[in-house]
Design a protein around this ligand. Sequence first.
Ligand SMILES: Nc1ncnc2c1ncn2[C@@H]1O[C@H](COP(=O)(O)OP(=O)(O)OP(=O)(O)O)[C@@H](O)[C@H]1O
Ligand SMILES: [Mg+2]
Length: 631
Amino acid sequence: MITINSLSLSHGIRVLFDKAGIVFEDGKTALVGRNGSGKTTLFNIITNNSEKDNGEIILSADTRIGYLRQEMDIEDSPLKPVEFVLKEIDYYNKYTEMLEQIKHIEKPSDRLLNNIAVYEEDFRHNAGYSLPERTEKMLISLGFSKHIDKQVRELSYGYRMRLLLTKLLLEDNNMLFLDEPTNHLDLPSIKWFEQYLLNSKKNAIIVSHDREFLDTLCTRTIEISRQKLNKFKGNYSFYKIEKEKIIEKEKQELRNLLEQEKQLIAFISKWKAKESKVAMAQSREKILVKVRNRINNIHIIREKDARFNYNNVEVIKSKTGINGIIEDKSYDKTNVLRNVEIDINPVKKIFLIGRNGVGKSTLVRILAGNDEKYNGNIRYNESLKLLYFDFDSISKLPGSETVLSFIQNDEPSEFRAKTLLGMMMFGGDDYDKKIRVLSGGEKIRLYLTKLFISKFNYIILDEPTNYLDIDTIDIFIKWLEGLKTGFIIVSHNEYLLKSVKSDEMWEINNGKLHIHFGNYRDYISYQKNLIVDYEEKSFLPINKINKKSNRQQIVNKRIEINKKIKDIEEQISQLENERDEIFKMLTDTDIYKKDSENVRKNRKREREITLLLEALYHDWNKLIESMPILD
Ligand SMILES: Nc1ncnc2c1ncn2[C@@H]1O[C@H](COP(=O)(O)OP(=O)(O)OP(=O)(O)O)[C@@H](O)[C@H]1O
Ligand SMILES: [Mg+2]
């Protein structure tokens, strides 16, 4: 259990936490909040990696935290993957190093022997003897089969990150801080990891942009909103519904208060001048002050959203876009792509999927014209204006430049630059921030801002949703759905793949490109056994997989019910608005004289609405009651 009392922290004028307090109970908790709200900062404060202005953090005795950072520096080590992980695990490393030492000492001292005995107990307690075997199995489950004999320095970032993940899962901790843990994992690895956590007794606080991952794992949600920490007793979907309810309630309260304010003002101005009523008017004035205070204290908690538009989108009519062949693309002597034929017209929508390291990024980098070291020939339609985005560009952002000056390099007009930044939710207190201090999601949004400066008619995006918060991903998905140009998008985000329709699914396997016509759902039904196969190969017992599929059914059911609830809430809100309008009209006393027919009609409609609302409230309650609970 972790208790946070009265936590405050500001960076310049930006207040991140203001006397925030919360208790993180045992179990698995989702930590949510918009990009830049302070999730990573909170992890850093709790683990003493970051300062706070004020407040108290209390960890219950024997809390051992394992922290997977959002952005990691992983050394260029000559060790093999298993050796590397073992070296990182304290209880294993200390004990084996001591054994090594003692080999070279003829007569070890009693102190040394005592020390060894202490470490040995730890080692036994953690089943250290089987650790090398368990490490290897876990790495294989995370897709290491081809890389198990490589040196760490030869591995890509995604694989290096898996080494830290493996270390974290196997070391002796009982509270995991996972900051965007699925970012560099492919779909089968995410599924494996989800299973592993589901069956693990470790407590965890999880930050993730992957709602399915959060929904499956977390039974509690804590949000950072308006400098405070708030707790919701359910998973992410539950949190979303509750949050909407709170917003609706606040809106309703605000409406009532504004109405009250209007009536009070009318009353006061009418009677203030009349001597016999002065006392009454004065008492109403006191009430008015109170009402206004309450109005000022209500903030509708809906956060600002990013805005994606189509202003820079052009469509070319031509049938040719990108054509040609990559005969061979190799790194050193390892071949990555072989005889890949490309025929893309400018409106073709393509998702590129496949395990990490198969060459997806290599392929799109070549197609985007960012890598010319290959054999073959790729030709482009002369009118093609490509928009390209990848994770590398993010890590190469100039840390010492400010947010505004970075955009002004391409868009000198300060006004336009600020407007574009505003679309990506950057405000006045962000302009002078150095890029180095931006949160993961802010860096991506900054880069996306830059991409919307110039016109384009085809886009190639490599993992665009990593680090974006869930709400921004939703907006991005809607934008993709309405996009008139074609695209190639590399993604492991199942929600995105399921939501946006594509013409082709591309998959790279052993250097070859396989094209499946249709969208992700078609692809999944075609490849039905893909995930089952994968899970069977991993070392989890089958009954646990069944437990998971039951759980998945519950999650699906919850999603289905949530959809219906949303629909009903939409109808309720429309009817309530209509009824408010009618009330407003009926308060105008003149209308009774001028248009009695209209009054009659509206009264009838109001009665109808009341009945309809009652029925809807009833349905809404029934749906809430029928919601299956995730344990
Ligand atoms: N040294 C600093 N000076 C100024 N602002 C800072 C500094 N360090 C962090 N920030 C700001 O604090 C805010 C919170 O950052 P943090 O990394 O905790 O966000 P986050 O919730 O983890 O976001 P994301 O979802 O993008 O990872 C951001 O707006 C960031 O720009
Ligand atoms: Mg973060």
